[in-house]
Design a protein around this ligand. Structure first.
Ligand SMILES: [Zn+2]
Length: 264
């Protein structure tokens, strides 16, 4: 028992650090979160900004900005006042992850403002994006470990309960995982495996020889040409040697399913 407790505590310590922002009406309302049914994944939409940058933003800059807007609004007559008040921003998330850092800014038993109607029953995790708009592999690895820990803690099934902001409101967030559904599926699969303590081979690129990549790319190209693959991204990734095990699984499933439909 004591060994388990020690292990749990160590896991939590290394997965994220805590830097709580003050309770305030714009980003940390202090409302108890009584139910965790979903983990909602976001991206910061802020190329190159770190987790620490977002602690400052949601804990100070955004609040200061809102207070300024409120003060101006209170000096305006009625129709303009309402217009000005629309500029006040209510936003936050529980966790922010970048390649070298992960920070919890709102306690997990309090509500954050990240996913509209899903706020009262979900935890929000924001993945920082690189300057080129992509997720750093290390950001993804950290996020997978964190989401796996949260799923364990709240008894969630990653393949059903870990969702994108997009799945709640239709907002293009997290953009890299809305643009590339296969990468999103790979993320959830990786969380699922991490929960079961398995090696995270599937998020890594396949280890193939140059000839192996060429052969794989050609067979995926053939499937694509026959209309069995739908999305060219798998072929492109095979040609560039960046296809992962999970993505290949998704591609294979597409080929099987589309093949079955075609022969009907
Ligand atoms: Zn979002």
């Amino acid at each position: 028992m004591s060994m388990l407790q020690t292990k749990g505590a160590r896991t939590r310590m290394t997965l994220w650090r805590e830097e709580l922002i003050p309770i305030n009406e714009y980003s940390r309302p202090g409302t108890p979160l009584r139910l965790v049914r979903n983990i909602v994944v976001h991206y910061t939409g802020n190329p190159g900004a770190t987790a620490a940058n977002h602690v400052t933003y949601f804990g100070k800059s955004m609040i200061d900005q809102n207070i300024k807007i409120m003060a101006e609004a209170n000096r305006l007559p009625s129709p303009q006042k309402e217009e000005q008040l629309k500029l006040v921003r209510y936003a936050s998330a529980h966790l922010f992850v970048d390649p070298g850092d992960a920070v919890l800014i709102i306690p997990l038993d309090e509500m954050a403002y990240h996913a509209s109607q899903a706020n009262p029953y979900s935890i929000g995790i924001e993945l920082c994006i690189e300057k080129d708009g992509s997720f750093h592999p290390e950001t993804v690895r950290r996020a997978v470990a964190i989401v796996a820990e949260l799923c364990k803690r709240y008894g969630l099934n990653p393949l059903r309960d870990v969702i994108r902001h997009y799945d709640v409101t239709g907002k293009i967030c997290p953009k890299p995982y809305v643009d590339d559904p296969a990468a999103w599926e790979a993320f959830r699969q990786a969380v699922d495996r991490a929960m079961r303590g398995e090696e995270d081979e599937d998020m890594n690129e396949l280890k193939l020889t140059t000839e192996g990549w060429g052969a794989l790319a050609q067979s995926l190209q053939k499937a694509y040409d026959k209309g069995l693959l739908g999305d060219y991204v798998y072929v492109k990734k095979a040609y560039s040697g960046t296809l992962t095990r999970s993505e290949l699984d998704v591609a294979n499933n597409l080929i099987i399913v589309n093949g079955a439909v075609k022969t009907k």
